[in-house]
Design a binder for this molecule. Structure first.
Ligand code: PLP
Length: 450
């Protein structure tokens, strides 16, 4: 109790004593978030911040939504839990809705997190081939710089060395190819005159590994956590063709890009491809309750239906498809539809990108990239050498934003020195005035570098 300042001190001392924070190394001075409304969050000292990352790329409909809270309350009172070996109404309705958002022909398997959804995708892919006369297909190809989660399989698919270093050996059979990173083309090419060597690298990997050993290719439509790396427009169709040619499943990780972040309903829609498996989490519930899903092409499901012993998918998790989480997701998707927030997300991305163009005249801004309303500003030491900006510059921009009331992200690679991309992923409910605030604040924070 007592004054907010005293209360904040008390909470902080307990936090220091008991809580082990995610990722951030020994964070002794975390913000303690106590409430949120729309795009804004408030800390224990009563300071307000614009939530420029929507939490962790997830609170897409903004904070404090009554209809979601009501849906959770009603569901908890009616029935909060039943296992997914049987059926329940929110899961049935949500699976139908997700299938509609995907444009049809998928079966939906529910889990708890994005990592879970990817684990399920890998297991389904391997088992499918086992039961379809191609039991040697077990490998997965992913990209460097990709993040697919923290559990062993999802971390194996992740392409950031430092995240994995002290947990190895991880799952076997995960190979990585260079990302379609035009600003720092791993093949030394320039888009327009290249042959999309980045896509060809996937075919090369399949050939080198032997197509009959490869089960799937996994990728985000655009790499988000790895620093907003947006592929050339024809990259994903080329990857789709390569997968088809070699009988390899295309798994698209929509954990961040899905449900409107890309400016379309799903990020793969931006490129007009149809994945075999789609994984999703975060924006599915806007973070109001944990839930993820793995959508699998309906005909793949058929190979799990034979009456042979063990042909069913032998996977269960207690909380996956939780009734309350499914009800929350339905209320969240209703908001996205009723308020036309996918379109708003596309507008937010265009508007902020347009406003940020002036930053290219600053010597420490190397590149500005966006995928829908996921935006990255790549900081460099200078524009000619493109040397990634030193950590102190990146941290200074973040601190300047924070002191002006704006929370932004820092992404890229965990390889020392490559965590140099300032990221924004604002709630889709940001008003024009709020976007103006975000744009002005970021521009001022970068100007403060001198
Ligand atoms: N896939 C992508 C692209 C992600 O960005 C993340 C998390 O940030 C995950 C998977 C893992 O999701 P979760 O943290 O819910 O396990």
């Amino acid at each position: 109790g007592g004054q907010p300042a005293n209360r904040a001190e008390e909470l902080l001392s307990k936090d220091r004593k008991y809580v082990w924070h995610h990722i951030s190394p020994h964070n002794d001075n975390p913000l303690i978030f106590v409430s949120g409304e729309g795009c804004w969050v408030k800390d224990a000292e009563g300071k307000r911040y614009f939530d420029g990352m929507s939490g962790l790329w997830c609170v897409n409909v903004g904070h404090g939504r009554e209809s979601i809270a009501k849906a959770a309350y009603e569901q908890m009172r009616t029935i909060a839990y039943s296992p997914m070996m049987q059926a329940h109404i929110p899961a049935i309705e949500l699976a139908e809705k997700i299938n509609e958002w995907l444009g049809g022909d998928y079966r939906i398997f529910f889990s708890n997190s994005g990592s879970d959804a990817n684990e399920v995708a890998f297991k389904i892919a391997r088992q499918h081939f086992h039961q379809n006369g191609e039991p040697t297909r077990h490998k997965f190809i992913a990209r460097h710089r990709a993040y697919h989660g923290s559990s062993f399989g999802a971390l194996s698919a992740t392409g950031q060395a430092q995240r994995k270093l002290k947990y190895e050996p991880l799952g076997a059979g995960f190979e990585h190819v260079p990302p379609p990173y035009c600003y720092r083309c791993p093949f030394g090419q320039t888009y327009g005159s290249c042959k999309l060597e980045c896509a060809e690298a996937i075919e090369d990997a399949i050939n080198w590994e032997g197509a009959d050993s490869v089960a799937g290719v996994i990728m985000e439509p655009a790499i988000t956590g790895g620093g907003i790396i947006v592929p050339p427009p024809e990259y994903l169709t080329k990857v789709r063709d390569i997968c088809d040619k070699h009988g390899v499943l295309l798994i698209i990780d929509e954990v961040i890009c899905g449900f409107g972040r890309s400016g379309e309903r799903f990020g793969h829609r931006n490129f007009g491809v149809k994945p075999d498996i789609v994984t999703m989490a975060k924006g599915l519930t806007s973070g109001y309750s944990p839930l993820s899903a793995t959508a699998v092409r309906a005909d793949l499901y058929e190979s799990f239906k034979s009456k042979e012993a063990n042909s069913h998918f032998r996977h269960v998790n207690t909380f996956g498809g939780n009734q309350v989480s499914c009800a929350v997701a339905l209320a969240n998707l209703a908001i996205l539809e009723e308020e036309r927030l996918v379109e708003r997300s596309a507008f937010i991305g265009q508007e902020l990108s347009r406003r940020f163009q002036v930053l290219l005249s600053h010597p420490n801004v190397g590149d500005i990239r966006s995928f829908g309303s996921a935006i990255g500003i790549e900081l460099v030491e200078d524009q000619t050498s493109k040397k990634p900006a030193a950590a102190d510059k990146v941290l200074k921009v973040i601190a300047e934003c924070k002191s002006r009331g704006l929370l932004v992200g820092k992404n890229g690679d965990t390889v020392p020195g490559f965590n140099n991309i300032i990221t924004l992923s604002p709630p889709f409910v940001a008003s024009d005035d709020e976007l103006d605030f975000v744009a002005r604040t970021v521009i001022a924070a970068i100007a403060a570098l001198g």
